[in-house]
Ligand binder design. Structure first.
Ligand SMILES: Cc1cc2nc3c(=O)[nH]c(=O)nc-3n(C[C@H](O)[C@H](O)[C@H](O)COP(=O)(O)OP(=O)(O)OC[C@H]3O[C@@H](n4cnc5c(N)ncnc54)[C@H](O)[C@@H]3O)c2cc1C
Length: 288
């Protein structure tokens, strides 16, 4: 499809982007453009003005603090995949990045764009939920932080208002060390038909707790609270609880249906992905 004519401005700061958004209700933020531009070509989105924040240094990169690691919203999937800090401190991010689309998309697409667009089959929402991340959002009245489990508001909908900018994603440290991500990719798009993120923390005395999040299966990524609660207890007991955890994760979930996967198939793929992710996370390691 041929794109239509549109005004384009490259913002020089988040502050400038916010004032452009405040003055132009038809304006939209552009980050990597790998979702917005295809939507514009298909006439599914019709912004009159694009405000490019993709190259703002204040929105790029990974900063390690004492009790958190903060990721700029315009950091690309490829940068997250390659980050040595994340591999060491929050390995679920680089792990999930490897299965997002292809290298071309990973080099341009940003974590912030994926989180705000909130496609029900996107990967980062599940990672943000499993890592208990907080999203920092800037607006005319200043900044606010939104926990991941309050950020996703339903089908392609988030707590970010049209005149706000997602600036950073904060991940609490220490983050769980046993992480796994399993995804059944759609054969043409590469998006998740079903994917499961698992993060388990194991203390020296063998006591464990963790979080589970699912994407692709329902109209929005979700945290599987009851299933996650079953991760709490003796780590040694977890292998016997896998089936119960998988069952709990999909109880009362209304699945998405499309030409590729009906509801029952999608739920079953979700169960299989979660079971595989749990097996990965529970795998014996040197020193256990
Ligand atoms: C062929 C292909 C395959 C793909 N496969 C996958 C996949 O397997 N898994 C997956 O998760 N994704 C996949 N994607 C999506 C890709 O990851 C996108 O890049 C990403 O979802 C959107 O990021 P972006 O930076 O391109 O955002 P853009 O397209 O620039 O923006 C997307 C939306 O978010 C808004 N926005 C962007 N940044 C901000 C911000 N900081 N604050 C407020 N609003 C903002 C924009 O206004 C727009 O509405 C695929 C895309 C393509 C083209």
């Amino acid at each position: 499809m041929i794109p239509y004519e549109v005004e384009y401005l490259r913002a020089s700061s988040v502050q400038q982007a916010l004032s452009i958004l405040a003055q132009n209700p038809e304006a939209k933020i552009l980050a990597g453009g790998h979702t917005l531009l295809p939507m514009m070509k298909l006439r599914l989105a019709r912004p009159g003005l694009l405000v490019d924040i993709g190259r703002l240094p204040e929105l790029r990169g990974i900063v390690v603090h004492e009790d958190s690691v903060s990721i700029g919203s315009a950091t690309t999937h490829a940068e997250l995949e390659a980050s040595a800090e994340l591999k060491r401190l929050a390995p679920l991010f680089p792990l999930a990045a490897t299965v997002i689309a292809d290298p071309t998309v990973r080099n341009r697409g940003t974590i912030g764009g994926a989180l705000v667009h909130a496609d029900p089959s996107a990967d980062w929402p599940a990672v943000a939920l499993a890592m208990d991340a907080e999203m920092e959002v800037a607006g005319g009245q200043g900044s606010r932080r939104i926990p991941a489990h309050e950020f996703f508001a339903g089908f392609m909908s988030t707590a970010v208002e049209p005149d706000e900018v997602l600036t950073r994603i904060h991940v609490p440290l220490p983050a769980p060390g046993r992480v796994a991500y399993r995804k059944f990719r759609h054969p043409s798009s590469g998006y998740a038909v079903a994917a499961a993120a698992v993060a388990i923390n194991v203390a020296k005395d063998g006591y464990s707790w963790g979080r589970i999040a699912i994407t692709g299966v329902a109209d929005a990524a979700f945290r599987a609270w009851e299933a996650g609660a079953l991760l709490e207890g003796s780590f040694a007991d977890l292998p016997d609880k896998v089936d119960a955890i998988v069952e709990a994760a999909f109880t009362n979930v209304t699945p998405l249906e499309d030409n590729f996967a009906d509801g029952a198939y999608r739920l079953q793929l979700g169960r299989v992905m979660l079971k595989r992710a749990l097996v990965d996370a529970l795998e014996p390691r040197r020193g256990d």
